[in-house]
Structures are given as structure tokens and as C-alpha cells.
Design a protein around this ligand. Structure first.
Ligand SMILES: *Cc1c(COP(=O)(O)O)cnc(C)c1O
Length: 346
């Protein structure tokens, strides 16, 4: 079976991990900061905070933006559940903005309509999570304009989009958002086994995410209540988590990042090949917005509204060893979200 996504592990990746295993630190050593610095430099972001998954990075991002009970988080319904669950972790309510049928990404004009209506009823969201589905960046310029007009914070869920570009600039540079998240799960573009990372240009947000990643504990005197007791002293000043990335994961990630451009180029070549080979079929092929260069995490074909046809195409591709999937089952149709009041057809 050709899987829909699979890691590429080279001998140098293995050497990098083994080297860490023989070193003094398996966690909280020098490699995680080196990995963070490398991703920040590559993307042009000011600060990077690595974590043990993109899901935990999304949670840290929401916490750092002070999302809590009484607040709302809006996101796209066509995404992995983690893009929405991070709001629920914080006790906020979640709601969904419809997508653009050409890109499958959150639609700026649907967002504008929904924000206008929410302003009337005093139900504006605090945080918007935009998802760069399949690796194709969302239309960030109009989204940022709307977010500024209505005072909304923006998180980019770029789990699919490390190595992608928007208007010629790398996703993650933070020009249009407060925080950007990458995932390093093995099906994604580069892997650390499990792992995620948050990028921001705001030093305060970076410090906050770092502290929340490690129990809410600080060793910085200026973050403490009262004077420090001595060089051994630390304080827990808020409720945090253990969301840390290990040194082995960071070593694997650093080694993988050296091939990021190569991976994205190769994925674009393969996507062009699919475009040509599938051109005559009665399916809708991926449409690329001229402003974006996709990282091509997924290649989506839309077979139309006939669910029986979709099933037949799915099963016959699987029978022939092609591990296709359905991306994604819309979040608001999940039983857990139905219990929160959402319905199929919303
Ligand atoms: C994979 C994925 C996540 C979660 O990533 P993990 O690193 O597995 O926690 C979040 N959002 C999207 C859109 C994803 O595809």
C-alpha cells in the first residue's frame, strides 16, 4: 500500500538521534533551542517554542492569547479536530467559518459576513485559527485586515504548510498573524516523530508559551512575586503543563530540516504530474491560488456530491494499493461537536 503520508528517514537522521542518546541530556539540553533557532531563522520569525505536538502548541498559543471561558474561537470546519479542540481546552466556545470551495481554506468573505453579524450581537471571537489546508496558505492579507478591524487575534495552523510561501514569503514569518503552528507528525512534511512548534514575533507571547510548556514555572526574578530566594529558586506563577519536546526529537527535526526545500520541491513535481495525468477525468483537481506556493502535504481530488461514487473511487484506489483518505470529516459533524449543538448542514 502506498500510504498517504510516510516519513523519510536517512542514515544521517539516525546518527543525529544516536548522538543525542549518548550525550548528557535527553531533555532540556542544547538541541531543542538549536532546533527552535533554526526554524525561526528559516521562516524569519522572531521566536520559536517547540513542544511535544502541534496539538499542544495550539493549546499553548490559545492560552498565551488569554483565551478562556466566555470567549469564542473560530476556525475552519474542514480541518483536523485539533484546530478546534484547542479552544475547548481553554473553556472557550468554538464556532466555524465556511470555506472557499476552490481552495478548501477559510473564506475571507464568509469571515467578513460572520464578523459583521457577530458585532451586532456582541459575540465577536477572541481568536481565529486559520488552517493552511493541504499546505496551501490561506488568503492572509484580507484575513488580517478583518482581524484588525474587529480586534481578533490570529493563529495560523500551518501543520500542513512548513516550507510553503504566501506572496513570496515563508509561512511562519508572522506578517499576518500573532502565532503560527507547525506539526512534525510523521505524515507531515518533516518529522520529529511527535512534535510541534509555535512561532511568533512577540517576545511576551514567546515567554508565556515557554513558561506554560513547563508547568507555569519561572526562574526569572522579574516574573516572580516578591524577591528571589537565591540562585536555586523557582516559582510556579500559573498553571502550566509538561508539553516539552525531547532532545532526540529536536535532533531528528534538525536533521530533517536540511531536506525541507527538497521535500517541498519534490511534492510540487509530483502534484504537477498528477495534474497532467488526471486532467481528463471528471474530478475537480486542486486549485492553487496565485498568491501561494503550497507545501503540498495533501493532493485532494473532489469527486462531486455523490457519496456512493466517492466510496467506489476510494475502495478501488485502496484495492490497487493507493492509500487514499478522506480529508477531513468536517469537525462540526463529529458526535462530540453535535452534542455541543452543531448539525450536519450547518
Ligand atoms: C496534524 C494536524 C494537527 C495536529 O498535529 P499533531 O502534531 O499530531 O498534534 C493539527 N492541525 C492540523 C490541520 C493537522 O493536520
Amino acid at each position: 500500500m502506498i500510504p498517504y503520508g510516510r516519513q523519510d528517514i536517512q542514515p544521517r537522521d539516525i546518527d543525529a538521534v544516536v548522538e543525542v542518546l549518548k550525550s548528557d541530556f535527553l531533555t532540556q539540553g542544547p538541541v531543542v533551542p538549536r532546533f527552535e533557532q533554526t526554524v525561526a531563522t528559516m521562516t524569519g520569525a522572531g521566536y520559536a517554542v517547540a513542544s511535544n505536538s502541534a496539538t499542544s502548541a495550539l493549546h499553548l498559543a490559545c492560552l498565551a492569547l488569554d483565551l478562556g471561558p466566555g470567549d469564542q474561537l473560530w476556525t475552519s470546519p474542514v480541518t483536523f479536530v485539533a484546530s478546534a479542540n484547542c479552544g475547548l481546552y481553554c473553556g472557550a466556545r468554538v464556532d466555524f467559518v465556511d470555506i472557499d470551495p476552490r481552495t478548501y481554506n477559510l473564506c475571507p468573505s464568509a469571515l467578513g459576513d460572520k464578523l459583521r453579524a457577530a458585532e451586532q450581537t456582541g459575540t465577536l471571537p477572541k481568536v481565529l485559527v486559520v488552517v493552511h489546508l493541504t499546505g496551501q496558505p490561506c488568503e492572509m492579507a484580507p484575513i488580517r485586515d478583518l482581524a484588525d478591524r474587529y480586534g481578533v487575534k490570529v493563529i495560523e495552523d500551518a501543520s500542513h504548510a512548513i516550507g510553503a510561501r504566501y506572496q513570496g514569503e515563508p509561512v511562519g514569518n508572522g506578517r499576518y498573524s500573532d502565532i503560527t503552528i507547525f506539526s512534525f507528525h510523521p505524515v507531515k512534511i518533516v518529522t520529529t516523530a511527535e512534535g510541534g512548534l509555535a512561532l511568533t514575533n512577540d517576545e511576551g507571547l514567546a515567554n508565556r508559551m515557554q513558561r506554560l510548556r513547563s508547568h507555569g514555572i519561572t526562574r526569572q526574578a522579574e516574573e516572580m512575586t516578591g524577591p528571589s530566594d537565591g540562585p536555586w529558586y523557582y516559582q510556579q506563577v500559573e498553571l502550566g503543563y509538561n508539553y516539552r519536546m525531547t532532545e532526540m526529537q529536536a535532533a531528528l527535526g534538525l536533521s530533517q530540516l536540511e531536506r525541507l526545500e527538497q521535500y517541498v520541491d519534490r511534492r510540487n513535481i509530483l502534484a504537477d504530474r498528477y495534474d497532467n495525468l488526471l486532467a481528463e477525468l471528471p474530478v475537480t483537481l486542486p486549485w492553487q491560488h496565485p498568491d501561494s506556493r503550497s507545501a503540498r502535504h495533501l493532493y485532494v481530488i473532489h469527486v462531486g456530491p455523490d457519496a456512493t461514487l466517492r466510496r467506489r473511487v476510494f475502495e478501488s484506489l485502496r484495492e490497487q494499493g493507493i492509500g487514499v483518505n478522506v480529508h477531513y470529516i468536517p469537525v462540526h459533524t463529529q458526535p462530540y461537536y453535535q452534542d455541543l449543538g452543531f448539525s450536519v448542514g450547518d
